[in-house]
Every structure is written in C-alpha cells, then in structure tokens.
Design a protein around this ligand. Structure first.
Ligand code: SF4
Length: 294
C-alpha cells in the first residue's frame, strides 16, 4: 500500500491541492495525506475541507468500485464535539467530491485511540454550524467574539479577537465563564462586568452548571476585574450585601500574590510563582519556581 502526500503544495493554493487530490483519488491511491476537497455550494462560495488523511475503502464512487473515508488526527484523548462536527464536515464535502457518502469519518486520538463519528447523529449539528457560519460571513457586522482558551489559543485570529473582547470587557475574558454559562448569564441580562459584579450568588446558584461555589467565584472574579484589585474570598452571611467596594479590599505595605500553573492532561504542575508588590519601595518582583522538565 502506498501513501501519497499533497502537502508539498502551498496551503493557500487550495485549487491546485484539490486538483492533485482528485487525481490521486481517481487513480485509486491507498492513502492521501494532506488532501484538499472543494465543494462549490453557490456562486463564489466554496467549502474547502482538509482532512489529515483520506483512506481508500471498498464501495463505489464516481471513479469506480472504491471510495474514501476521512481521518483527522487530534491531540486530545476524547472525541470532543468540535472534532466530531469538523469530521462530519469532511464527510459532507467528500460526499460531493466522490459522489457517495463515506461509510465513516474517523478521529485518530491520543494514545492510539480511534473514534468513528456517528454521521447521522452529527449531521443536524453540523448543518446548524454551517448555516450559522454562512450567516456570519454574509453579515456586515462581525459576530460577537467569545474567548475560549481551549479553542482560541492556537487560532491565528486570536490577537484581533482578544482586542475586540478587551475593548468591551467581554465576560468570556473572566476565568470560569464558559460558553454554556455565558448563555445562562445572558438569559439573566447579566451582559457586562458591572452587571455580574453587582449580581448576588442566589441569582446564579440555581442555574445549570453553576451551584453556590461557582456563582460566588464568578461574581468575585467580576468584582476583582472591575475594581482592578485583589479581593478576599471570605465566607459571607447570605443576608449581607455581596457587593464589595474597593475600600473593602485588603492591602498591606508588602503584598504577595501566588500563582500556580499546571498541565492537568499530563498531571504536571510546572510553575509556582510569587509576585512581591512592595508599596513602600514602589517595586514589583516576580519569583518563578519553574520546572523546566517533568
Ligand atoms: S480567536 Fe476568534 S476566531 Fe479564533 S476561535 Fe477564538 S473567537 Fe473564534
């Protein structure tokens, strides 16, 4: 069996990549690495799909009694919904290219795991995502950004999106505000840092994915960010006002801020850092205790 690669063609030259991919599929190549698939859905609107590998299988296609299935290689251990929607997208574009739906669309995950995506189950979700995407692309106003570090950290739009989010103090910049929780905050008309900072935990605790601890923590995060000061996480009387004012914040001539950074997926804590803020001498010094190897 032979694998052919389309990766030598510059990524931006997707028409050339698609021609090379179709030529390899028509010739019945066993594996195609870095293939490019194109589907013109409207005049000047093209879907471009780049599955990591196309694997030849039995069946039929416009070229004869064989067809292809896409495989996407992912670093994660689990077949996250985002991965599955993209895998469904590959299958959708491939179906138009080869004239038949692939039997499967695969995710190759960490530790050698393979996951066959349930295409019937994911197609409605994929259609929603595609339609929302086409709507946003046609819209003259940019969609609302939501900074989710798991998704955004590796995205080449990150600096633009971060700037846009910072300009409006978007709630997604607060640790703990996930897309699901944000939907609930919006439904409560808690749209800004000030709204959230002035909320009471009782207002949030009953919502799905919150609970007392998360509700209190999110509101404290909003207060700390709004006032740009550290605040004490002290147990409070539920009957008290939960709103802190800057005067309530603790301060000292010398303050120590402790930070810890971890890579939970490999079970490593790699940084203990202490920021020493000396108000007396008007100095700040960061002392990182960094593990440079596990
Ligand atoms: S950086 Fe912007 S474009 Fe990229 S995933 Fe995040 S919100 Fe989306």
């Amino acid at each position: 069996m032979t694998a052919f690669s389309v990766r030598t063609i510059p990524p931006r030259d997707w028409r050339k990549g698609a021609q090379a991919t179709v030529a390899l599929m028509a010739a019945g190549a066993d594996y195609i690495v870095g293939g490019v698939l194109i589907d013109a859905i409207e005049q000047d609107v093209y879907l471009v799909s780049c599955p990591d590998i196309l694997v030849k299988q039995g069946g039929w296609s416009v070229w004869g009694d064989w067809q292809y299935a896409p495989v996407d290689i992912k670093l994660g251990k689990k077949p996250k919904l985002d991965y599955q929607v993209v895998a469904t997208y590959h299958a959708y574009v491939l179906a138009h290219t080869q004239g038949n739906w692939p039997h499967e669309s695969w995710l190759a995950l960490r530790e050698g795991r393979y996951h066959s995506v349930d295409l019937d189950q994911q197609l409605p979700k994929f259609s929603d995502v595609l339609n929302a995407c086409l709507f946003d692309l046609r819209c003259e106003v940019a969609p609302e950004v939501f900074i989710a570090h798991s998704r955004c950290d590796l995205c080449h739009w990150f600096s633009q999106c971060y700037q846009a989010a910072s300009a409006t103090s978007h709630l997604s910049l607060l640790p703990g505000v996930t897309p699901a929780r944000y939907t609930h905050l919006k439904a409560q008309s808690l749209l800004t840092l000030t709204d959230l900072a002035q909320a009471h935990p009782r207002q949030l605790a009953y919502l799905p994915g919150f609970g007392d601890a998360v509700a209190e923590k999110l509101i404290h995060q909003a207060q700390a960010t709004l006032y740009d000061q550290a605040i004490a996480r002290t147990p409070h009387n539920p009957d008290d006002s939960f709103i802190l004012s800057p005067q309530d914040l603790p301060s000292a001539e010398v303050e120590l801020y402790f930070d810890i950074e971890a890579a939970p997926d490999v079970d490593v804590i790699y940084l203990h850092g202490v920021l020493v803020v000396n108000h007396r001498q008007q100095t700040e010094a960061f002392h990182p205790l960094l593990a440079e190897s596990p």
